[in-house]
Design a protein around this ligand. Structure first.
Ligand SMILES: C[S@@+](CC[C@H](N)C(=O)[O-])C[C@H]1O[C@@H](n2cnc3c(N)ncnc32)[C@H](O)[C@@H]1O
Length: 337
């Protein structure tokens, strides 16, 4: 295997250790740094398609297969000894992490739109995974430790700065739908096991949050709880192929809001550009929460706050957000992204 490929993959693992895992999962920092310095594992990864070489996928795969959250030497032995199984899980699964916590950073923007339009919202998520970010009305929120907004569960806690326009109540929702290359059934036991394996070791509150959000989805599907927006309708397809018809399907009286978080990084530049051009030409609002900022022409700019996403509305950057929704740093003016 080429030294060049191994070196490129090592750089990706080092970057994840330093910018994405650091401060969130120290075990994953050690695993990622360990892989970056382990030629045998780098060679195995180099034999995979590029999209399947990422740290989140490798680490979730071995935990899914029962590695446990051991120190790197043991994890490395697991990867090498059980490579055929690890490889099969990596090829058949993807990093469809579904993070309900991101609703805490999306909610202020949804509320801004509802206030401006004075109508209920129709949420359309592209890349929803199991659809947990389509259920903001079923959760409750506490910003900077203040009393909760909403009465649902889980309670999503978010620290803010820059004086964001925090909502006093939840915006009214009338409809919700999504399109994903592979929509997940959040009530299927094996899918739940995979979604849990995608939560980084040590992040116990994220895991509790995931379990509670999945419980809410289950309750909604079983009719234990009701919502005017109903059960999320998740269709299979490519976001570029389906977005226009989804916006056209929004019921009269509701404001179409297209949103996405942690999705566009999976698209190549031409697909991103096509999406930006399409969505900005549709009669809808567009909320983007990604690890880069994308303008109306589809040109991207890396987030200036490393390890943070950029939250944008209709092509205007508004805030830096914690990757899993626990932080919201409002930009006071047209700051750099
Ligand atoms: C990391 S998950 C994020 C899920 C969710 N948005 C969240 O924030 O919790 C990314 C999702 O995007 C989906 N995806 C990637 N490329 C897509 C495409 N071209 N069209 C539709 N969905 C796509 C993946 O299948 C996956 O479910």
């Amino acid at each position: 295997m080429s030294t060049e490929a191994a070196a490129r993959i090592a750089e990706v693992y080092k970057e994840y250790a330093a910018h994405w895992f650091h401060g969130h999962s120290e075990l994953y920092v050690r695993w990622a740094d360990g892989v970056a310095g382990n030629r045998a594992i780098l060679n195995l990864l180099a034999s995979m398609p590029t999209a399947k070489q990422q740290p989140n996928l490798l680490f979730a795969a071995i935990r899914f297969l029962g590695s446990g959250d051991t120190e790197f030497e043991e994890a490395a032995a697991f990867i090498v000894q059980r490579w055929q199984q690890v490889r099969a899980v990596m090829l058949s699964h993807s990093t469809q992490t579904n993070e309900a916590g991101r609703c805490a950073t999306l909610l202020p923007v949804f509320s801004m739109i509802a206030q401006q339009e004075q109508r209920p919202l129709a949420l359309i998520e592209v890349g929803p995974s199991a659809g947990l970010c389509l259920l903001p009305d079923l959760y409750s929120y506490s910003y900077d430790g203040a009393s909760p907004i909403g009465s649902g569960s889980p309670l999503l806690k978010c620290a803010t700065s820059g004086n964001p326009p925090l909502p006093l109540s939840l915006p009214q929702l009338l409809w919700r739908a999504g399109v994903d290359l592979n929509p997940l059934d959040g009530t299927d036991p094996d899918t739940i096991r995979w979604l849990r394996a995608l939560v980084w070791p040590g992040e116990t509150s994220r895991l509790e949050q995931l379990d509670k959000a999945l419980e809410r989805l289950n309750d909604l599907k079983n009719g234990v709880i009701e919502s005017a927006a109903g059960i999320p309708d998740l269709m299979t397809g490519d976001l570029n192929d389906r977005i226009a018809s989804l916006v056209a399907a929004v019921p009269a009286g509701a404001v179409p809001v297209v949103f996405h978080s942690a999705v566009l990084a999976y698209l190549d530049p031409s697909a991103r550009q096509r999406f930006a051009t399409t969505v900005s030409g549709l009669d809808c609002h567009w909320v983007s929460n990604e690890n880069f900022f994308m303008d109306l022409d589809g040109d991207t700019q890396q987030s200036s706050a490393l390890g943070f996403f950029v939250l944008a509305l209709n092509g205007v950057p508004l805030a830096h957000t914690g990757q899993h929704g626990a932080e919201l740093h409002w930009m006071t003016q047209q700051a750099s992204t």
